[in-house]
Ligand binder design. Structure first.
Ligand SMILES: Cc1cc2nc3c(=O)[nH]c(=O)nc-3n(C[C@H](O)[C@H](O)[C@H](O)COP(=O)(O)O)c2cc1C
Length: 210
């Protein structure tokens, strides 16, 4: 009788372990899930984001890689209803008025560097930063992924290179010369549930040679 009880107990424990193992996701899996299930969200409830959530999004943004680690970015976080309404310049960006929070990702088009081969005490020189838009694109994607991981919805809306869009954003927000808003990211709790698009197309892949 005792033996049967031990066997039963062992079976129950084994089943429990198997269930626990199959439910536990490795960090790799949760990162992949987050990437593959992110989708653009363009309708939001009016529930505001917490300061902690906004800081998490900005931390994710600032963790992006950048050419020569220049980190040419800066951010304008817009939660004020009147300012958000002023940023709506067309039908395409009407969601600025709906989302409780907009994160405007800006890039510095000029960087300060020492001239090549200059001595250590040489003054810094202002040079165009050819990579600002690429660096700020990495920031934007990081923020989209972080928003999705937090259960929020967001969408990348283009600002640069469209003068009719970045002109309004620069003017309303008082963004200085040499600083360009690349994207405006409306973020909020999703009020829609679109299915993520399946973009896997093996025919786009070439091995070794095109
Ligand atoms: C550079 C860039 C600019 C975009 N601009 C806009 C925009 O102005 N308005 C908008 O609604 N969506 C915009 N999007 C979002 C795309 O429409 C969206 O990412 C695309 O349709 C793929 O859908 P998904 O994000 O759900 O995978 C932009 C995306 C990128 C990468």
């Amino acid at each position: 009788m005792k033996k049967i009880l031990y066997v039963a107990l062992a079976l129950v424990l084994t089943a429990f372990c198997l269930m626990a193992c199959s439910n536990s996701s490795t960090p790799e899996k949760s990162v992949m899930d987050n990437i593959l299930t992110r989708t653009s969200i363009r309708h939001y409830t009016d529930q505001p984001l917490s300061e902690a959530q906004i800081e998490t999004l900005l931390r994710a943004g600032m963790a992006a890689p950048s050419a020569m680690n220049v980190q040419p970015w800066s951010f304008v976080v817009v939660t004020d209803t009147a300012v958000r309404a002023k940023l709506v310049s067309s039908r395409v960006n009407r969601m600025y008025a709906e989302a409780p929070c907009l994160i405007v990702v800006c890039g510095d088009e000029v960087m300060l560097r020492k001239p090549h081969d200059a001595p250590a005490d040489a003054p810094l020189e202002a040079r165009p930063n050819d990579n600002w838009s690429i660096d700020c694109s990495a920031v934007t994607e990081n923020i989209l992924l972080a928003a999705h991981a937090l259960g929020l919805g967001a969408v990348w809306t283009a600002c640069w290179p469209y003068p009719e869009r970045y002109g309004v954003v620069k003017e309303v927000l008082g963004i200085p010369e040499n600083v360009m808003p690349l994207s405006v990211i409306p973020v909020g709790y999703p009020a829609e549930d679109p299915a993520p698009k399946d973009k896997w197309k093996p025919e786009k892949i070439h091995h070794n040679l095109w």
